[in-house]
Write a protein that binds this ligand. Structure first.
Ligand code: C2G
Length: 712
């Protein structure tokens, strides 16, 4: 059996490397050598990596300081003893039979290319194989476009014969230095049609960027260095020059607007790019669209002024072309080009709660305070339904309408309880109060290792969005610490408790509850159990639209508890499924669309929830809480991870079945006694900042510029 040397450079990717190494150690092909090069990782990563080097097939090499991936791969190549070599990245995985398949397919060729699959979430690891489609031809063009040497099995002889090595001193684009000779010197490129390699889509470009996620100026530097170096080295090969020029032009066209966005580095980027354009073959330029040709010409002539003009025209034209593709884009265009140029209105406040779904949460309380105290502001509320009616004389705008963009452009104050759309521009003078919407139980953003919800850009987006928040509200010290870390929040935290919970301390709360019960039609003599569960990250129709299967047996509940109780069902705003309460008239009330959950807290005698932050708020009422956690292990261990030791700290029992829930309700007095002391500790930790005056403190601080005493 011929040996395959698998070369894996490692730099600070501790969270992925175990899976990577395991996938190699489990290969069905028996003769492998694994060369791991630690490229000067920090001590935590080094220690962890070294703890995994336990198999005698692993050769462990180390750079004292970071030398880059090209240097590390070259080091691996020198150490390799196999007949074949194969490059793998330390955050990626191989399928179990990857090497076996590739060796079988290489036959008399010098190289064979595997198929690569994106790895975003665990379900990507499952696929079915049709082995009749094993072999395929792949054009050199495809390998070239991918520009990656990963997932290519190469004969060692071939590497020696053609002096294949990586250009050192560069990182991301150094693959090209190996891809070019492979393409030049191999006639055909056999490939495999079955996935052999999983390329991880990394989700944290902020704290741990992958090579392609680094800043554009860094990447441009590197790319152009590699381009010029290879253009020089392979100057005598027409094919190589053509490929390289094409690659440069592709990079240029895709990135030009980003490269020149940073005005401070304009001159530097101009000289750099011009130096590459001067090397380009004039024929390669000829095939470009006319506006690109114009820019390239000015770069070649080193005429900065004319280049800038051409680029500006390019950007304007691009924006405009984009704008007329549809009404949505046109509105954003008008926002950017027209509305953002209007002066800010000092006394305009724009409010939004739960993505415009309802009139609720802390933004609502702040708004009501303004009305009750006759403060001189023009308020604007964002709703999905433009016919929404709310008290006071706020302007109602439909989310993403032209009016919405107008008011976001001119309102000085923004008050929101979730993240704002990325395309809204915060202007000089804008004040953004982010109220957020709950004490965290489930791990958030940068505390999440992997993000399995629908969007891989979640961490990056969140980071950009939260940079715009001037103030963030915090309900308790525990939350402040988490927000600082998990959001990387570094502006002003307002530690006043949540305005939304003021109502729970209102002297009129019983009156309000009576009124609410009446509006909903709940009989006065019945007690109310509120069921308010959260959503499940892995169970959705499409991003933002989640599934929910009711596990409570409502019919049985009615049978056992119906004389004394009714049930109010309140699904999370992400849930798209409708709850069926047919045949349960007068017992089950579906209040998923009810505006403000705080009013439902007031009418209820018992809360049932799961991993939703609702219990942190409900505990302000000191009424009993039951946890219907039928999928606790999965939710906690696979989907999210929790901040709390739920089993030991939850202020009520964790129940696994509908019957257990019914029994707990029937014996609620016993449950209360049993959990009394735990509840007290819980209240102290999570609720004690609340005193019914949070709204007033927030308004005074943010709108009136007075300082209230904070709780910390
Ligand atoms: N909520 C509600 N009804 C439910 C669940 C929640 O009205 N059945 C409201 C409550 O105000 C709660 C808030 O939504 O405090 C957040 O609910 P969580 O279940 O904790 O959900 P979360 O994961 O925070 O929401 O950015 C995405 C959001 O964070 C998703």
């Amino acid at each position: 059996n011929q040996r395959v040397s698998i070369i894996i450079p490692f730099y600070n990717t501790l969270e992925f490397v175990e899976d990577c190494l395991n996938s190699v150690l489990k290969q069905t092909y028996s003769s492998i050598e694994i060369i791991v090069i630690n490229d000067g990782s920090d001590s935590e990563n080094t220690r962890y990596l070294e703890s995994l080097i336990v198999d005698d097939r692993i050769v462990y090499l180390k750079n004292e300081t970071r030398r880059g991936v090209a240097y590390s791969r070259n080091k691996g190549l020198k150490a390799a003893t196999g007949e074949f070599v194969f490059f793998l990245d330390s955050d990626d995985l191989l399928t179990e039979d990857a090497i076996e398949l590739l060796v079988a397919q290489i036959q008399e060729y010098p190289v064979v290319v595997g198929r690569t699959k994106r790895l975003l979430r665990p379900s990507d690891l499952e696929f079915s194989v049709d082995s009749s489609e094993l072999a395929a031809e792949r054009s050199k063009e495809t390998l070239f476009k991918a520009g990656s040497i990963l997932n290519v099995l190469i004969r060692s002889e071939f590497i020696k014969e053609h002096h294949i090595e990586f250009s050192e001193g560069t990182e991301g684009y150094s693959d090209l230095s190996a891809v070019i000779p492979v393409i030049l010197h191999s006639k055909d490129l056999p490939s495999i049609n079955i996935p052999t390699y999983y390329k991880r889509v990394r989700n944290d470009p902020i704290s741990n960027p992958s090579l392609v996620q680094r800043p554009i100026d860094e990447r441009t530097h590197e790319f152009i260095t590699v381009y010029k170096g290879l253009r020089n080295k392979y100057g005598k090969y027409v094919e190589a020059k053509q490929y390289l020029d094409q690659t440069f032009l592709r990079f240029y066209r895709r990135q030009v607007i980003n490269i020149f966005k940073d005005v401070n580095r304009f001159d530097e980027m101009f000289d750099l790019t011009a130096s590459a354009v001067k090397v380009l073959n004039p024929n390669s330029i000829a095939s470009q669209p006319s506006h690109i040709k114009k820019e390239l010409k000015q770069l070649k002539n080193s005429n900065k002024v004319k280049f800038q003009k051409a680029l500006r025209f390019h950007i304007e034209a691009w924006d405009f072309k984009n704008a007329i593709k549809g009404f949505t884009r046109l509105k954003r265009y008008i926002y950017k080009k027209v509305f953002l140029k209007f002066p800010l209105k000092e006394n305009y406040i724009i409010f939004e709660s739960f993505l415009g779904k309802n009139f609720s949460d802390s933004p609502r309380n702040i708004y009501e305070y303004i009305i009750e105290n006759n403060l001189d502001y023009q308020c604007i509320w964002v709703f999905n339904d433009k016919n929404r009616k709310i008290p006071g004389n706020a302007k109602i705008v439909k989310r993403f309408s032209l009016a919405y963009y107008y008011y976001f452009a001119v309102s000085k104050y923004w008050i929101n309880n979730m993240r704002q759309p990325l395309h809204l521009v915060k202007r000089d003078g804008n004040v953004f109060l982010e109220t957020w919407h709950g004490t965290p139980l489930k791990k958030l953003v940068f505390d999440m290792k992997e993000v399995y919800s629908a969007n891989p850009r979640y961490k990056r987006d969140f980071y950009m969005q939260s940079r715009a928040w001037d103030y963030l509200l915090s309900p308790n010290r525990y939350s402040s610490e988490i927000f600082n870390r998990a959001f990387k929040f570094d502006n002003e935290m307002l530690e006043y408790g949540y305005p939304r919970n003021d109502i729970l301390y209102s002297p009129k709360k019983d009156e309000i509850a009576e009124r609410v019960k009446e509006t909903i039609g709940i009989p006065k003599d019945k007690k109310v159990v509120l069921y308010a569960p959260t959503w499940r990250d892995d169970d959705y129709y499409e991003p933002g639209k989640y599934k929910f299967q009711l596990q409570l047996d409502l019919h049985k509940m009615k049978e056992v508890l119906g004389d004394e109780y009714v049930v109010a069902l309140r699904m999370h705003y992400f849930i798209a499924d409708d709850i069926n309460v047919e045949g349960l008239d007068d017992f089950a009330f579906n209040l998923s669309k009810y505006d403000d959950i705080a009013e439902l807290y007031l009418i209820s005698d018992i809360l049932i929830t799961d991993y939703s932050s609702v219990f942190f708020d409900y505990a302000n009422l000191k009424r009993p809480i039951l946890f219907f956690t039928y999928d606790l292990d999965k939710y906690r261990d696979q989907l999210r991870g929790f901040y709390l030791d739920f089993e030991n700290d939850a202020p009520g029992p964790l129940l696994r079945t509908s019957d257990e829930v019914i029994e707990a309700i029937a014996n609620i007095e016993t449950v209360k006694k049993e959990y009394a002391s735990r509840y007290e500790g819980f209240y102290e930790m999570f609720c004690s900042w609340h005193d019914g005056k949070s709204t007033e403190k927030v308004v005074k601080k943010v709108l009136l510029g007075e300082n209230s005493k904070t709780n910390s």
